[in-house]
Design a protein around this ligand. Structure first.
Ligand code: SF4
Ligand code: ZN
Length: 282
């Protein structure tokens, strides 16, 4: 497919996803959770191009040069497009960098992404709510979603699938700022091609701490499946979307949300996972 035709069809797919699943309603304030990578930059670029007037939010994880370069790239990109950028350092927010936290958690047998995922989600929700955003858009693509679905199935966590889909968070009694995934039906390879054609200033190398071996294994298995059965990932996402109403109906009662006693963020137990994690260092 020619580059110009590809760009048009990619953007049309994102536009259709936003409209079909009503990801953004008129007048809503949207923040794009940026990492400085190709996916979230593409989401930011397209939402801006479609006139949704998004702000960008980035949590500086302070993973050495990798984070520094991502932040610098995003600053330049946002300045060039006139997009407001909100940057917060994880160290300022919680007192420690991700490498410090990851090293400490590895002594308890956890991979680096475990703590990072919990803290990013926690901080992003807190920031978005405090800044008055109605929606937080992420750069999650079709491959990410297919991996999540597959992982939940093989680990026996069907209930976690209720939190997936193009829009999530609304089933939690309004305690989460809704998270939306405009690139939900865009395969990773296509997002990479889109990013390279437009020429986004992004780092394509993975995070140096990335060591989620189970996700990496699942990714490889899914890529093999897709090669043998083209459309397999899309079928998984389509089927998940079709099953969401019944999944949410079935699992909404398990573990009601309440406010964390320490930080006031949503939690299924008295103290949220972020506070429980951070409590290790006083
Ligand atoms: Fe954090 Fe893991 Fe992502 Fe690196 S790969 S940014 S450690 S979640
Ligand atoms: Zn808490």
């Amino acid at each position: 497919m020619k580059d110009t035709v590809f760009i048009e069809s990619f953007e049309e797919r994102v536009k259709n996803t936003i409209e079909k699943y009503r990801l953004i309603e008129a007048g809503e304030r949207v923040a794009v959770a940026c990492s400085g990578g190709k996916d979230s930059t593409a989401a930011l670029y397209i939402l801006d191009k479609l006139g949704y007037n998004p702000d960008a939010v980035i949590i500086d994880l302070e993973i050495g040069e990798y984070s520094g370069k991502n932040l610098e790239n995003l600053r330049g990109f946002c300045a060039g497009k006139g997009i407001k950028l909100h940057a917060i350092s994880i160290k300022d927010a919680v007192g420690h960098t991700i490498p410090f936290i990851s090293a400490a958690m590895s002594r308890e047998g956890f991979g680096p992404c475990h703590a990072c995922g919990i803290l990013k989600r926690w901080l992003l929700n807190k920031m978005a709510r405090e800044m008055g955003f109605d929606k937080v858009a992420t750069g999650h693509n079709l491959d990410d979603e297919a991996q999540n679905i597959f992982m939940n199935f093989v680990q026996g966590n069907l209930g976690f699938c209720a939190g997936l889909g193009p829009v999530s968070g609304h089933a939690e009694g309004g305690m989460f700022v809704e998270r939306i995934k405009p690139l939900y039906f865009c395969p990773e390879e296509e997002t990479r091609r889109y990013s390279q054609i437009i020429g986004f200033p992004v780092v394509y190398e993975p995070c140096p701490l990335s060591a989620d071996t189970f996700r990496t294994f699942i990714k490889g298995e899914l890529d093999n499946l897709e090669a043998a059965m083209p459309g397999a990932k899309r079928n998984m996402a389509d089927n998940l979307v079709a099953m969401l109403p019944s999944l949410r109906g079935r699992y909404k009662q398990s573990g009601k949300m309440r406010k964390c006693r320490k930080c006031g963020e949503p939690s299924r137990s008295e103290v949220c996972r972020a506070c429980e994690l951070l409590g290790r260092w006083g």
